[in-house]
Ligand binder design. Structure first.
Ligand code: GLC
Length: 610
C-alpha cells in the first residue's frame, strides 16, 4: 500500500470514531491493489496518480456515508452472498410508467412485496436531455432527477422506503455516453480543451472511416454509423448509439475521476446496485469491434475498488450483451461485477419455445465457462430492450441448423409471419424482435396454450439460478401497448411496444380467481416463494444444462451440497415423455413424480428434488 495514500487517508479520517476509521482503512488496504492495478492497466504511467486521486474520492465517500447505510455495509459484509441468495427476486420498470413518479413508486411497494420482489431496477431517472432520450439513456445531468419524477430528496426517501421493505434499489450508471446537452458536451462544443478531451472528436473522416471498417451498428435504422458531425465542435463525434448520445473517452483519467465521485454519491443516496449500462463499449481500439477490450475490465475493477472502499454494500451489474466467452470476463473472479445479464438463456428459451426443441439451448448454455462462485446471473425472459437473436453459427451447426436461417426464422416467427406462429411481436432494426412476453407467447391471440407457454418461459428463468428479473407488466401478462408509437420521438423505436404503462385495473384482477392476471401473478409469486426456500438455487451453485433423450424436454440440474434440484421443462404444446429413474418430489406442487419415465403435460415444468 502506498504510504502516502495511506497517510493522507488516515489524516482525512482523523475525526471519525475509531471503529469507523479502522474499517475504512482496512477497506482501503484491501482494495488499493485493485484500484492501482486497474488504473495502471488503463492509464500506464498516469495510473498511480489517478489511483491516489480515486482513493481520496473513496475515503471522502466513506466519510459522507449516512449512518443507516453504514449499518447496511456491515450487514452486507457479514452476508457477502446476499445477492446470490435464492430469496432474491427482481423487477424492472420505468418509474413514470409504473407509478407516475418516485412518490408513486413508494406507494406501489405493496404490489412488489406481494410478488416477493427484493430488487427493484428503476429505469434511467437521472435528468435526461429534453425530447427523445432513449428511455433516459441520454443523461444531461447525473446529479438531478428527471423533473416530472421528483427530486434527489425523493429518490433518497424512496431508497429508504424500499430498504425498509427489504427491496434493494437498482439504478443505471450510464457510463459509455452522455447526452449531447450534458454540460461536459456543451463545454466541449464551446472549445474548452479540458472537456474536448472527455470525448472522441475527429477533425475529418480519416479515423472514423478506419474504425467503421469493423464497427457493428447498434441502431442501423434510426442512427446509422457510429460518428456524428457537430458543427459547433467542428468535429466528428463518436456516437455509438443515437447521434445525441456522445461517447465518453475513458482513456482520459479525468472521466474516470468524474464517475468515481458519481458512484460514491449514488451509493450514499441509498442505491444498492448499479447497472453498468453498455459497459462493453467503454474502450475503443482501432481494428476491433470496440467492445470487450481488456481496459473495460481494468476500469471496472478500479471503479469497483472505489465502491468497496466507500460503500461496501453497493453491488455492480454488468450490462454486457456479448457472447459466452466474453461474458465471463465481466464477472472476473468477483473483483468486477457481482451480476451480469444472462442474455443467452433469454434468447435460447425463446428459440426452444418457437422450435419445440431444446437441443440448441443445451448446446449454447453448455458452452458457458463456469463463472466465479461469488457472482450471479441476472436472468430474464423479457426486458426493456429488443431481443437480438444471438445464436452462434457453430452452436446451430451442432444441431444441424444454419445460424443465419435460424436467426431469420426466429425474427419471423415472433413477428407472427410464419404459418403456425402464435406470436404477436414486431421486428426491430430488421433482424431483432420487440414485444411483451405475453404477446410473444400468443396471449393476445387467445391461444389456449399461451399461458402455459408463458409460464414455462418464466419458470425456465426463475429456476435457472441467479436473480430473476421480471419486466414490469409481465407479472400481469401485459400485452403490447397498442399506442406505443403515439408519443413524440417513439414512432421509430418499437421497443416502446413492450414498455406498457402499469394498469391498476389489471393489477386489481390479480386477486380475482379465474382471471388471466390471477393465473399468471399467482403462478409467478408461488414459484418465487418456492425458489426462496431452495438451497440448490443459491447462485454459488452452477446450473448444468443437460440434454434429454427427448429434444422437446429441457433439463437443468443444480447440485448444492445439501440438495439436488432437477428442473424439467416440456417446451412443446404436446404431451412429452422422458426416461426417469425412481421417484422424486416436485417442489412446485409437492407431488411425487417419476417411475420409469416422466409424463409431462404441454409446457409443464417440474422442479424435482432428488
Ligand atoms: C443499453 C440499454 C439500451 C440503450 C443502450 C444505450 O443497451 O439497455 O436500452 O439503448 O444501452 O444506452
Amino acid at each position: 500500500m502506498d504510504p502516502q495514500v495511506l497517510a493522507e487517508a488516515t489524516a482525512a479520517l482523523a475525526d471519525e470514531p475509531e471503529h469507523s476509521r479502522v474499517l475504512v482503512l482496512a477497506r482501503l488496504r484491501r482494495h488499493w491493489p485493485d484500484l492501482l492495478a486497474g488504473l495502471t492497466a488503463a492509464y500506464g504511467a498516469r495510473g498511480p496518480q489517478a489511483a491516489a486521486a480515486a482513493a481520496r474520492t473513496a475515503v471522502a465517500g466513506a466519510l459522507a456515508r449516512p449512518a443507516d447505510l453504514r449499518r447496511l455495509d456491515l450487514e452486507r459484509l457479514v452476508e457477502p452472498d446476499w445477492l446470490q441468495s435464492p430469496r432474491q427476486a427482481g423487477y424492472a420498470a420505468y418509474a413514470d410508467r409504473f407509478a407516475g413518479d418516485l412518490r408513486g413508486v413508494a406507494e406501489r411497494v405493496d404490489h412488489l412485496a406481494d410478488l416477493g420482489v427484493t430488487y427493484l431496477h428503476l429505469m434511467p431517472l437521472l435528468r435526461p436531455r429534453p425530447g427523445d432520450s432513449d428511455g433516459g439513456y441520454a443523461v444531461m445531468d447525473y446529479r438531478q432527477v428527471r423533473e416530472d419524477l421528483g427530486t434527489v430528496d425523493d429518490l433518497e426517501a424512496l431508497a429508504a422506503v424500499l430498504r425498509g421493505r427489504g427491496i434493494s434499489l437498482v439504478l443505471d450508471l450510464v457510463l459509455n455516453h452522455v447526452a449531447a446537452e450534458h454540460e461536459w458536451a456543451r463545454r466541449a462544443r464551446a472549445g474548452e480543451e479540458r472537456y474536448r478531451a472527455y470525448f472522441h472528436l475527429f477533425p475529418d473522416r480519416t479515423l472514423p472511416d478506419a474504425y467503421e471498417q469493423v464497427l457493428p451498428e447498434v441502431f442501423p435504422d434510426f442512427a446509422p454509423g457510429s460518428f456524428t458531425w457537430d458543427d459547433e465542435a467542428a468535429a466528428w463525434v463518436w456516437t455509438t448509439f443515437n447521434a445525441w448520445q456522445w461517447d465518453l473517452d475513458w482513456g482520459n483519467p479525468d472521466v474516470f475521476a468524474e464517475f468515481a465521485d458519481l458512484v460514491c454519491w449514488l451509493a450514499n443516496l441509498g442505491v444498492e446496485v448499479l447497472r453498468l449500462d453498455a459497459v462493453a463499449f467503454l474502450w475503443k481500439r482501432l481494428g476491433t469491434d470496440c467492445q470487450n477490450q481488456p481496459e473495460v475490465h481494468a476500469l471496472t475493477r478500479a471503479l469497483r475498488a472505489v465502491a468497496r472502499i466507500a460503500a461496501p454494500a453497493l453491488a455492480f451489474k454488468a450490462e454486457a450483451i456479448v457472447g459466452p466467452r466474453q461474458l465471463a470476463a465481466y464477472l472476473g473472479h468477483g473483483e468486477l461485477s457481482d451480476l451480469a445479464y444472462q442474455n443467452s438463456l433469454m434468447v435460447q428459451v425463446w428459440s426452444a419455445l418457437a422450435t419445440r426443441d431444446a437441443r440448441l439451448l443445451t448446446v449454447a448454455l453448455g458452452r458457458f465457462p463456469p463463472k466465479a462462485t461469488t457472482t450471479s446471473w441476472a436472468t430474464y425472459l423479457r426486458g426493456h430492450d429488443d431481443i437480438g437473436w444471438a445464436v452462434d453459427d457453430a452452436d446451430a451447426a451442432e444441431v444441424g441448423w444454419s445460424g443465419p436461417a435460424h436467426r431469420a426464422f426466429l425474427r419471423d416467427w415472433y413477428a407472427g409471419d410464419v404459418p403456425g406462429s402464435w406470436a404477436d411481436g414486431l421486428v426491430f432494426q430488421d433482424e431483432r424482435t420487440s414485444g411483451t412476453a405475453a404477446s410473444l407467447c400468443g396471449v393476445g391471440r387467445g391461444d389456449p396454450l399461451a399461458v402455459p407457454r408463458l409460464l414455462c418461459g418464466h419458470l425456465a428463468v426463475i429456476g435457472f439460478g441467479g436473480v430473476p428479473v421480471l419486466w414490469s407488466g409481465d407479472e400481469l401478462a401485459a400485452l403490447n401497448d397498442p399506442h406505443w408509437a403515439d408519443e413524440p420521438g417513439h414512432a421509430a423505436d418499437d421497443r416502446w411496444a413492450h414498455r406498457p404503462r402499469f394498469d391498476p385495473a389489471a393489477a386489481a384482477r390479480k386477486d380475482e380467481p379465474g382471471t388471466l392476471e390471477h393465473r399468471v401473478f399467482s403462478a409467478l409469486r408461488h414459484a418465487l416463494a418456492v425458489r426462496a426456500g431452495l438451497p440448490a438455487l443459491h447462485a454459488a451453485v452452477e446450473a448444468e444444462v443437460l440434454g434429454s433423450v427427448n429434444p422437446a424436454v429441457h433439463v437443468v440440474r443444480r447440485a448444492a451440497p445439501t440438495q439436488v434440484l432437477v428442473a424439467v421443462h416440456n417446451v412443446s404444446p404436446e404431451v412429452q415423455r422422458t426416461p426417469w429413474e425412481g421417484r422424486a418430489v416436485d417442489a412446485l406442487t409437492g407431488e411425487e413424480r417419476g417411475g420409469p419415465e416422466l409424463l409431462l403435460r404441454p409446457y409443464e415444468v417440474l422442479w424435482l428434488l432428488v
